[in-house]
Design a protein around this ligand. Structure first.
Ligand SMILES: *Cc1c(COP(=O)(O)O)cnc(C)c1O
Length: 371
């Protein structure tokens, strides 16, 4: 990449994005599944426009996301909503913009299913009670989960009037083991209702690009479609945009603290809040395992714990050096904030070696926010 004109910058690599799109296209062609992009990962309108011709719709989790999806998509494309957070004063508008709503609980279904338009396909989010995510903070099937109706409590009457079911139970999975086991359980416990339904939404959470063998997935979708005549939806977020974006920052200060070299960046954990939220050390491109220079990379806010972590480099790190955090497309910008009054990164598109600035926030935006 040519040197960025500004720093920090959130750089969307169109080539990498194209690869995710092509893979999902192939999977759709081979399996017959329908693909929805889960816009909560990154709802940038230019990205939504870019994805629009390649997806069957978007998946959303709130009224604002649903409205944005509705603005971008064509009317025959789908907008699937599921959330624990439907509010009584929003159901009317949600019914106007969504094509599918999967209620998160039986009580929400009771409260809102009659407020429905005839055109809205109503479903139920099922919690299959099969955990695959070791970190409970990411596990929708954890004990006392708030996400979906317990599969063991579903009765025939709960299915009446529904056109589909929704599940979403994993996070950042690198194989289809969880999907196969979950569908096995779903078929055993609820398979007798499948013939009454039109669709099954399998949620997101699979990192399709990082999975080598897609045969299990393709076979599963084909079987479900053939055996039960169901339309099968998937709704990847991170798998679409995660790998396609880097956050590129610059070292603005270096000094020693208690014997360790500290390099201050012109970014912070506030541009990638999951680093602090989950206390994870992000990958960077410039470090090297065999390096002998240890450097603690930190953000430039007043928060003492605004620290990315310790990295080893082959060379001394100096003021002006570039540090790039790859694969930060999902759940970064959408969670970013301007704590301390530090601006958001500029947003660039990188296409065939050419950088194009898509968005630059300035003081007027900051002021407007707090008006
Ligand atoms: C977050 C979410 C997704 C997308 O998840 P990824 O991990 O980004 O693929 C899809 N469906 C639902 C219901 C979600 O909550």
């Amino acid at each position: 990449m040519s040197k960025l004109p500004t720093s920090p910058a959130f750089v969307i690599d169109q080539q990498a994005l194209q690869e995710s799109i092509e893979l999902l296209n192939d999977l759709r062609a081979l399996s017959g599944c329908r693909v929805l992009y889960s816009i909560k990962a990154l709802p940038l309108i230019s990205l939504l426009e870019r994805l629009k011709p390649h997806v069957d719709g978007f998946s959303v989790s709130s009224l604002f996301e649903a409205q944005l999806a509705y603005e971008v998509l064509d009317k025959q494309q789908s907008i699937h909503l599921t959330t624990p957070g439907i509010r009584p004063n929003e159901i009317g508008q949600l019914n106007q913009v969504c094509s599918h709503i999967s209620f998160n609980s039986l009580s929400q279904q009771q409260m809102f299913s009659n407020a429905g338009h005839k055109q809205v396909a109503q479903g139920l989010r099922i919690n299959p009670k099969l955990s695959f995510v070791p970190d409970k903070r990411f596990d929708p099937c954890r004990l006392y989960s708030k996400l979906g109706v317990d599969i063991n409590t579903i009765e025939a009457q709960d299915i009446v009037g529904l056109s589909g079911l929704h599940i979403h139970t994993v996070f950042s999975q690198y194989d289809y083991g969880a999907l196969l086991q979950t569908l096995d359980k779903l078929q055993q416990q609820l398979g007798r209702y499948f013939k009454q339904l039109q669709w099954l939404n399998l949620g997101g959470g699979y990192l399709f690009k990082n999975i080598n063998d897609h045969q299990d997935f393709i076979q599963l979708i084909r079987t479900l479609r053939q055996e039960y005549a169901l339309e099968i939806y998937i709704e990847p977020g991170k798998a679409v945009i995660g790998d396609a974006v880097s956050l590129v920052a610059t070292v603005i200060d270096c000094f020693v603290s208690d014997g360790k070299v500290i390099a201050v960046l012109d970014t912070s954990v506030n541009h990638n809040p999951e680093v602090f939220e989950y206390q994870r050390q992000p990958e960077i491109l410039e470090s090297h395992e065999q390096g002998t220079y240890q450097v603690m990379l930190v953000g430039s806010t007043c928060l003492a714990g605004d620290v990315f972590g310790e990295y080893t480099f082959l060379h001394v790190v100096k003021i002006g050096d570039t540090i790039s955090f790859p694969k930060v497309g999902a759940y970064t910008l959408v969670k970013a904030n301007r704590f301390n009054g530090y601006n958001y990164p500029d947003i660039y598109s990188l296409d065939a070696g050419v950088l194009n600035c898509l968005k630059r926030y300035d003081y007027a935006d900051y002021r407007e926010h707090w008006l």
